[in-house]
Design a protein around this ligand. Structure first.
Ligand code: GTP
Ligand code: MN
Ligand code: MN
Length: 373
């Protein structure tokens, strides 16, 4: 009934971390449209508009019913004027003119293609666009100007565009665990990211590595990756060292991290798209290969920071952003992948509050699947 619908919309909390955001929900046409506008805003460097559309989309994902009229969003947080125009057009016409214009624009299409390359962020893509780069094949002319990461991203572009299945993620887990356990038999390895949220596929596979004896973690990541490399399983990697001068108010995470591309054995490669052949001239040669390139992120954390790191690397990105904003503004505490810090007591972790807090968070984390963002 409309009364219970009104009640439902009035009860939706403002922070993403206070809501259920299921993977499958009732308003996908609208959230897809809002997310295109969010992406377009980020391509134009407008963080505020990106956040506005992302928050509106996130709120609509938590609605327990399908919207029938724009009136129904009037009490919802973050669903302001611009989002309402989009919602109304989709409800009335099935499409939104602004979204169609964005989708057809050369800037949006080029930025989307360029940022889909591993190692290419918005700033790089925008610079290339201004230099006249429009498609992936234009990048062959840039040659020497590409970083090692970007070269690897282009080389394995077709494979990396395909999503990683849960089954493949399991195979990656065996490979990674095997490498780490050959040095530290009782090392703890947890799959994080989208798969931990219950997603059935992802753009990469994320792992968190820890051990009660922090000495055992010294140099482990580099040794394990070198071991895998020696077996021919590593196509690209770089390790970001742990940052030593890490402080509680820091919003960046300082854990030792390895960003890699792994050759996953025993998968039948799919037929490549014609576009991919232009980018990867060696594709024919590779078509008989029995491996698939998969992006893998490995994070090492001290045992004492494990639950914060687990929370921080489970995502989604929007959930994490909202959780940190909630911590800061509502709880007056600063949260990152290292700990929870009371900013009024000058960066000391309060144990009793932390336990209660983590209990709340944990009950939230146990409701898969949650969507990105
Ligand atoms: P798919 O991989 O696309 O399936 O989704 P995902 O949610 O797993 O995304 P992603 O692998 O990009 O990130 C997983 C989680 O790790 C997210 O919560 C991010 O906030 C976090 N994350 C990703 N990259 C970094 C990073 O460089 N530093 C930190 N601290 N966190 C990161
Ligand atoms: Mn991931
Ligand atoms: Mn990742």
């Amino acid at each position: 009934s409309s009364v219970s619908r009104d009640k439902a919309t009035q009860e939706i909390p403002a922070y993403g971390c206070q809501r259920r955001t299921p993977l499958h929900h009732h308003n996908k046409e609208i959230t897809d449209a809002l997310e295109i506008l969010a992406l377009s805003a980020s391509f134009q460097g407008s963080e505020a508009r990106f956040l506005g559309f992302t928050r509106a989309s996130s709120v609509l994902k938590s609605l327990p019913f399908r919207l029938q009229s724009v009136e129904e969003v009037k009490d919802l947080p973050w669903c302001g004027g611009h989002s309402q125009t989009v919602i109304q057009e989709i409800l009335e016409d099935g499409v939104c003119r602004e979204v169609e214009t964005v989708k057809n624009s050369e800037h949006f299409q080029s930025m989307k293609a360029l940022t889909s390359i591993f190692g290419v962020g918005i700033r790089t893509a925008d610079k290339w666009y201004r230099d006249g780069v429009r498609s992936l094949s234009d990048l062959n002319n840039l040659g020497g100007k590409l970083t090692a990461e970007q070269k690897a991203g282009l080389l394995h572009y077709t494979d990396l565009q395909q999503s990683v299945t849960r089954e493949e993620a399991g195979t990656v887990e065996q490979l990674i665990k095997g490498a780490l356990q050959s040095f530290v038999p009782d090392v703890r390895v947890t799959m994080t990211g989208g798969f931990r949220r219950g997603k059935q596929e992802g753009h990469d596979v994320d792992f968190l590595i820890t051990h009660p004896d922090e000495e055992a973690l010294n140099g482990l990541l580099r040794k394990a990756v070198a071991w895998l490399d020696g077996k021919g399983s590593v196509l690209y990697y770089h390790v970001r060292a742990r940052s030593q001068n890490f402080s509680g108010s820091n919003t960046m995470d300082g854990h030792e991290t390895c960003y890699s591309i792994i050759a996953l054995p025993n998968v039948c490669p799919e037929k490549p798209s014609p576009d991919a052949e232009k980018i990867e001239p060696d594709l024919d040669k590779n078509s008989l290969r029995n491996w698939k390139a998969v992006r893998v992120d490995l994070v090492v954390c001290p045992y004492s920071e494990y639950f914060y790191a687990l929370l921080g690397w489970t995502g989604s990105k929007h959930f994490e952003r909202e959780l940190r904003r909630f911590s800061l503004h509502v709880k007056k505490m600063s949260l990152n992948s290292h700990g929870l810090f009371d900013i009024q007591k000058n960066a000391t972790t309060l144990l009793h509050r932390r336990r209660r807090y983590l209990h709340i968070l944990d009950s939230h984390m146990c409701r898969p699947p949650r969507e990105t963002p």
